[in-house]
Write a new protein. Structure first.
Length: 207
């Protein structure tokens, strides 16, 4: 595939991205960060040519969401799940390309005549935070330094008790900062906050 075409469909090379046929789940393309993620098999893997997640319930939710997107013509969907073993998060963004982008995918990657190619972007809180994006996020929502730090630590899977211990602060202070953080970002709870941050500030996956 030509580099300019890949850059068009996966413009941010830091984010693990792949293209698959939404009807069958068969993977048609994966960029280098995604291949590294698949090689680690820590949270996502390839099973019979299809993407699968280590957590079975996430695999079921992913394909149910994908089917719903295609049936209703939706362009985007996001899933955020927490790994119960280590408290980290995985973010899955599904982009059902339309118009020009769909034509580019079909001509460049090919596949069956009636394939419905979608782009899937994967990031986990185990990856290094993109501090440029996080600083922009903090400025946009007018976050205090402590609120910005708490936002990053929550995305990385730390509990409020762990954050309080790490920062040497009273738990009440951390809970109050979180309350202010949720109000400023218009989020109702922590899961919604994590989804917002991981969508706007996807972590950087390095070699």
């Amino acid at each position: 595939m030509r580099t300019d075409v890949v850059a068009l469909i996966c413009p941010d090379w830091r984010v693990a991205s792949l293209v698959l046929d939404g009807r069958t789940g068969q993977i048609a393309y994966a960029n280098t960060p995604c291949l590294r993620m698949l090689a680690n098999r820590s949270c996502v893997q390839v099973v019979a040519g299809r993407i699968g997640f280590v957590a079975p319930h996430l695999t079921e939710k992913f394909y149910a969401t994908l089917a719903r997107m295609l049936a209703n013509g939706l362009e985007n969907a996001a899933l955020v799940e927490r790994d119960r073993s280590d408290g980290s998060f995985i973010s899955v963004m599904i982009r059902n390309t339309q118009g020009f982008f769909r034509d580019v995918l079909n001509r460049s990657i090919g596949g069956e005549e009636h394939a419905q190619l979608v782009v899937v972007e994967l990031s986990t809180s185990r990856d290094q935070s993109d501090w440029t994006a996080m600083r922009a996020f903090a400025r946009t929502f007018d976050l205090a330094p402590m609120e910005a730090e708490i936002a990053d630590l929550i995305v990385r899977g730390l509990s409020l008790k762990e954050i309080a211990s790490l920062k040497g602060r009273d738990g009440t202070d951390i809970r109050q900062a979180l309350k202010s953080l949720l109000a400023k970002t218009l989020c109702k709870h922590q899961v919604e906050l994590v989804r917002l941050i991981m969508t706007l500030c996807p972590p950087i996956r390095r070699a």
